[in-house]
Each structure stands twice: as structure tokens, then as C-alpha cells.
Design a protein around this ligand. Structure first.
Ligand SMILES: Cc1cc2nc3c(=O)[nH]c(=O)nc-3n(C[C@H](O)[C@H](O)[C@H](O)COP(=O)(O)OP(=O)(O)OC[C@H]3O[C@@H](n4cnc5c(N)ncnc54)[C@H](O)[C@@H]3O)c2cc1C
Length: 379
């Protein structure tokens, strides 16, 4: 067993680390305060190829493997989880369904545009269907050579900036997961509108919106996979998505650890630095142990995906382990910073807010445990 990264993987990680330190970290606090992301940063991300990370090269992407992708997401997340969620949603659940299940003509038309930085979003969640994604009520009615979509989606990451939406909808009058279809819908299609922007606790640089669908006409060739494949399309995209969220959490957790080490070395109480107080040193050791253990699970899931092997259980395990380790790391980081950790002047205050959602989106910790238990108990 070899735990070393290839030269290419290390080079990618170092390049993204430098980019994140130079271009993202200096404005991360301001983006959080203003709840937005400057166009200049979006332009640099496009120029750097961040919107085509995992796309095949023949469609204009970089075609990097999942392990490299994980390294990229962790580095971006250390600087800004708001930026990294935009990139990971675009590269995984936003575009993967098209890359894996789209017809060749549609792929040739849309993937190069996505790789060049036209942003993709993923629309499953509805007011009545969160964890129970098979309960969606949005409908798709076949009319000649097109489908007519009606309904509404909530919590759509990238929604106000997106050029493309992966939308799940069902045949009218059906229930369960068998009659759900997935479509790729272009923004600007009449009837697709942004209804509301959420005012969130964290990830404030990222936009999360509700989408209305009113008689949205989608060409039949924009169906992903076959009729009835929608649930399968979403679930297979979520395996990769969950690996991305695991590494997003690890990036935030690692930033918490690094800030805590820095602070504990300079802050003195009782005549010596916090780092030399055994209780604080133990907190730092625990952060390191838990993050490293979760990282190994994450790389195992990424490696399995790269081998083309099933990775649903490992992706779910990695997501739970990483998001919960990062959550504890953020809590410890605020504690180590004392009262300053509760103030916006210190980045750990932002990390604490940003990390919270990683246990909720792309499948809550509770749902991941159901997925894991189902697989373990089936054996
Ligand atoms: C910032 C943000 C961005 C998001 N981005 C997207 C996106 O881009 N696209 C998209 O489609 N969705 C997105 N979501 C939605 C997200 O995936 C859902 O919020 C999540 O799946 C949970 O659904 P819910 O909020 O309806 O909670 P619910 O499903 O109502 O769950 C509430 C609580 O009950 C628990 N629970 C539910 N069922 C069970 C059960 N059977 N056993 C035990 N516990 C259970 C849950 O774990 C949770 O703790 C986003 C959400 C947020 C907050």
C-alpha cells in the first residue's frame, strides 16, 4: 500500500494552495461580511480552470482524478468554504449528471461551456422533500418532443449565478422514486425564475436560492439517462458530491487546527503560552488525530471512485467522519481562542459558522448513517 501522492497530485495541491492564499484568503472575511463574491475572483477561478476540474479533456476540462480533486477542494476550503462549495457543487452534482448520463450532442454543446465557467447547479430539494428526495412533487409532463416542468426547488447552491440547472421532476400523479426524471435546463428558459435568496448563517459568499418552475419547456434530448433514471442520476452524482463535502469540511477543520496552533503559541496565560498548558495541547492533538483519520477515509473513498469501484458506503463514511471531526475542530478552535474566538476579528468565528452546514447538505449525518447501516447490515 502506497500513501504517497503522485508528482502531479502534489503539484496541483501546491498550485491551489498558493492561489487560495494569494487570491481568496485576503478577501474571505470581506466576502463573508458582504454576502457575495466579486466578479474579479470568479474571473480568476475561470482562468485557473476551476470550473472544469473533473471534466474529460475532450470537453475542455482538466480531467483530474478524484484524489487530486479532493486535494483541490481541501485547499480552497481552507481559504473560503463559500468559494469551495460553489466549485464542488459545479464540478460534482452540477455537471457530473450531464457528463455521465447526457446524450453526446448535449454534452458537446454544454460541457465545454461549463468547463469555461458557466456555472451549474443541482435542484432536488423541495419544501416537502429534503432527506426523503423520492418525495419530490415537481412534475415533468411529456408533450411531443419536449417536457413541461412545473413546481419549485429550494436551497439551490449557485442558483442565482447558474447557467445550467440539473432538475429532478416526476411524471404527474406518480409517487416513489421510479417515475422521477433528471433534466439539464438552461437559465433563461421561460418559466424558470429565482424566487428567493436565503440569508444564511455561514457560507455567505455562496448563493443559495429557491427556484420556481412554471411551464418550463425542456427539449426531450435534455433528459439525462432514460425516463425514470432521475433518482439513480442524483444518487450516483451524490457519491462524488459527498467526497467533495468531506474534503470541504476537512479544509475548514485544518484551518481551525492551524489557527489554533498559531494562537496557542503566542497567547500567554498563567505565565506560559497556551500551547504549553496540557489541556490545550491535548485539544490540539485530538483535532489532529480526528482530522487525519477522516482524511484517510476520504482518500479511500476517492481512490475507490477512481478505480471505478462502488464507493457509496465509503463516501458516506468519509462525509460523516470528516464533517463531525471538522465540527469538533471548529468548536475547539473557538474555545482555544477564548473570547476572541467569538469575535469576527478572528477567522475561527467564520469557520465555526461555515462548518455547520456540512453535516446537513448532500445528505445529513443521520441519513448517511442510514446508508452506511443498510450496507453493513446487508452483508
Ligand atoms: C446551504 C445549503 C445548500 C444546499 N444546497 C443544495 C443544492 O444545491 N441542491 C439541493 O437539491 N439541495 C441543497 N440543499 C438542501 C439539503 O440537501 C437539505 O437541506 C438536506 O438534504 C436536508 O433536508 P431538509 O433540510 O429538508 O431536512 P429534513 O429532511 O426535514 O430533516 C430534518 C432533520 O430530520 C432528520 N431526519 C430526516 N429523516 C430522518 C430519518 N429517516 N431518520 C433519522 N433522521 C431523519 C434529518 O437528518 C435532519 O436532522 C442545501 C441546503 C443548505 C442548507
Amino acid at each position: 500500500m502506497n500513501f504517497e501522492f503522485t508528482e502531479n497530485q502534489s503539484m496541483f495541491r501546491d498550485m491551489v494552495r498558493d492561489f487560495s492564499r494569494q487570491e481568496i484568503a485576503p478577501i474571505a472575511q470581506q466576502m463573508d461580511e458582504e454576502g457575495t463574491m466579486p466578479d474579479a475572483l470568479l474571473a480568476k477561478l475561470r482562468e485557473g480552470g476551476f470550473f472544469g476540474l473533473s471534466f474529460p479533456e475532450k470537453y475542455g476540462g482538466m480531467g483530474i482524478d478524484t484524489v487530486t480533486y479532493a486535494l483541490v477542494i481541501e485547499e480552497l476550503s481552507k481559504a473560503s468554504a463559500g468559494v469551495s462549495v460553489m466549485i464542488t457543487v459545479h464540478n460534482s452534482v452540477g455537471s457530473y449528471p450531464l457528463a455521465m448520463f447526457g446524450g453526446e450532442e448535449v454534452k458537446q454543446a454544454f460541457l465545454p461551456r461549463m468547463a469555461a465557467g458557466e456555472i451549474a447547479a443541482f435542484c432536488v430539494t423541495e419544501p416537502g422533500a429534503g432527506s426523503d428526495a423520492a418525495a419530490i412533487a415537481s412534475t415533468a409532463r411529456k408533450e411531443g418532443e419536449q417536457y413541461i416542468l412545473n413546481g419549485g426547488k429550494i436551497f439551490v447552491t449557485n442558483g442565482s449565478r447558474a447557467a445550467f440547472f440539473v432538475v429532478l421532476a416526476r411524471t404527474p400523479g406518480t409517487v416513489g422514486h421510479k417515475d422521477i426524471h433528471a433534466f439539464i435546463v438552461e437559465s433563461g428558459t421561460p418559466g424558470l425564475t429565482v424566487a428567493k435568496k436565503e440569508d444564511k448563517m455561514g457560507l455567505r459568499a455562496s448563493d443559495t436560492v429557491a427556484i420556481d418552475l412554471e411551464d418550463v419547456a425542456v427539449p426531450a434530448e435534455h433528459l439525462l439517462g432514460k425516463e425514470g433514471d432521475g433518482f439513480k442520476v442524483a444518487m450516483s452524482a451524490l457519491d462524488g458530491g459527498r467526497i467533495g463535502i468531506a474534503f470541504q469540511a476537512l479544509g475548514i477543520g485544518q484551518a481551525c487546527l492551524e489557527e489554533s496552533i498559531k494562537y496557542a503559541k503566542v497567547r500567554e496565560q498563567f505565565g506560559k503560552p497556551l500551547a504549553r498548558q496540557p489541556v490545550i495541547a491535548e485539544k490540539i492533538a485530538d483535532m489532529g488525530i480526528e482530522l487525519e483519520a477522516a482524511r484517510l477515509l476520504g482518500f479511500q473513498a476517492a481512490w475507490l471512485k477512481d478505480q471505478g469501484q462502488p464507493c457509496t458506503k465509503q463516501a458516506a463514511m468519509a462525509k460523516v467522519a470528516a464533517t463531525e471531526a471538522a465540527w469538533r475542530a471548529a468548536d475547539a478552535a473557538v474555545q482555544i481562542h477564548g473570547g476572541y474566538g467569538y469575535c469576527k476579528e478572528y477567522a475561527v468565528e467564520r469557520y465555526y459558522r461555515d462548518v455547520r452546514v456540512t453535516r446537513i447538505y448532500e445528505g445529513t449525518s443521520e441519513i448517511q448513517r442510514l446508508v452506511i447501516a443498510r450496507q453493513l447490515l446487508a452483508g
